[in-house]
Design a binder for this molecule. Structure first.
Ligand code: NAD
Ligand code: ZN
Ligand code: ZN
Length: 348
């Protein structure tokens, strides 16, 4: 079968012929219907080098996957060949306290995981191929009626990651509150929809691209703000001078972290999701009182079920542009250039 493989750090992925995977005991092979192209893959191809993460190339890219059950290993029950499924992407050890709750990204025994701190497309072979081997059936989540694999694929990361970040801040988003979304790309545009579907907050979307701000409006954002010098003042104005109860930074570079800290309200949350490599100095007087600052990594398996439910009911709908596998590198180049709207999904 064909697969889009990262062969070494700081290189473009290459389409190669590889053997079709076969499931061992307890494993599942999924026929890929859609594999999302995440900005994290650009960090992998363009920036990462040995030692940044605890795994290395070669592996097949694609950590946002959905499709149909293709083959079941010995002992797998509760799934049927041909059934539409999403693949839960972070693969932990399965038995530590975090994994038992379905919070695999925070696995506490990564040495016992299939790959420490990763999954398919992140150290192991992922879904930018005709088939993906999923090492444990617990990561295969049936799709609810009304959701097809092309729509479902981005929900496993571009949906799940903002959902997790937003869900942990729900108690800070009552009527009268404001949430700021910085970066309205693959994750951010779904984040705006999740905020509107699950909270009463007014949503302020920030991006440097006019197209992204238009997409944010289409996703239900109440206000849009162009990134840059005047952004903090504009956001403070929209919030009546109080600041935003929750800021979600889907970029994570110095200017966006600075903006987040400048517009956060006292007792607010500033959540850093983007892996832009920026830093934010935190000292007693440099951020508003009782602001909590945190990073988040992906989301839990129960949360993926909740995101799929929101999408199946039409409350969340990723804006998807599809590309055949042979044009996956074109999709990544457009992501680099900032000429994509929403998420690119590769359809092998
Ligand atoms: P994307 O390229 O689709 O979207 C990024 C958006 O940010 C674009 O719309 C871009 O115009 C905007 N942007 C860039 N610089 C900006 C700035 N200075 N100010 C305002 N807007 C700016 O990327 P994506 O796939 O949505 O991923 C976003 C980030 O999240 C990446 O760093 C990615 O690696 C990371 N990520 C993190 C997790 C996690 O679990 N923490 C999961 C997936 C992705
Ligand atoms: Zn990702
Ligand atoms: Zn674990």
């Amino acid at each position: 079968m064909r697969a889009l493989r990262l062969l070494e750090w700081k290189s473009e992925a290459r389409l190669e012929e590889v053997d079709e995977p076969r499931p061992g005991p307890g494993q599942v092979v999924v026929k890929i219907g859609g594999a999302g192209a995440c900005h994290s893959d650009l960090h992998l191809m363009d920036e990462f080098e040995a030692g940044v993460v605890p795994w290395n190339p070669p592996f097949t890219l694609g950590h946002e996957n959905a499709g149909w059950v293709h083959a079941l290993g010995d002992g797998v029950t509760g799934l049927e060949v041909g059934q539409p499924v999403a693949v839960y992407g972070p693969w932990g050890c399965g038995v530590c306290p975090r994994c038992r709750l379905g919070i695999d990204p925070y696995c506490e025994n990564p040495a016992a995981a299939p790959v420490p701190g990763g999954g398919g497309g992140l150290g192991l072979d992922g879904g930018m191929a005709e088939y993906e081997l999923v090492p444990d059936a617990r990561h295969v989540v049936p799709l609810p009626d009304g959701l097809d694999p092309v729509q479902a694929a981005p929900l496993t990361d571009a949906g799940l990651t903002p959902y997790h970040a937003i869900r942990r801040s729900w108690s800070k988003l009552p009527p009268g509150s404001f949430a700021v979304v910085i970066g309205v790309g693959g994750l951010g545009h779904v984040g705006v929809q999740i905020l509107k579907a699950t909270t009463a907050a007014q949503v302020i979307a920030v991006d440097s691209r006019a197209d992204a701000l238009r997409l944010a409006e289409g996703c239900g954002a109440d206000h849009t703000v162009s990134a840059g010098d005047g952004a903090a003042e504009e956001i403070r104005g929209i919030t009546g001078g109080r600041g935003a109860d929750v800021v979600l930074d889907f970029v994570g570079v110095d200017p966006t972290l600075r903006l987040g800290a400048a517009v956060a309200r006292t007792v607010g949350d500033l959540t850093v999701v983007g892996i832009g490599g920026g830093t934010l100095p935190v000292s007693y007087f440099s951020v508003p009182y009782e602001v909590s600052i945190q990073t988040t990594y992906w989301g839990s398996r129960p949360e993926l079920v909740e995101v799929l439910d929101l999408a199946a009911r039409g409350l969340v709908k990723p804006k998807v542009t599809t590309f055949p596998l042979a044009e996956a590198n074109t999709a990544y180049q457009r992501l680099r250039d900032g000429t994509l709207e929403g998420r690119a999904v590769i359809v092998p």
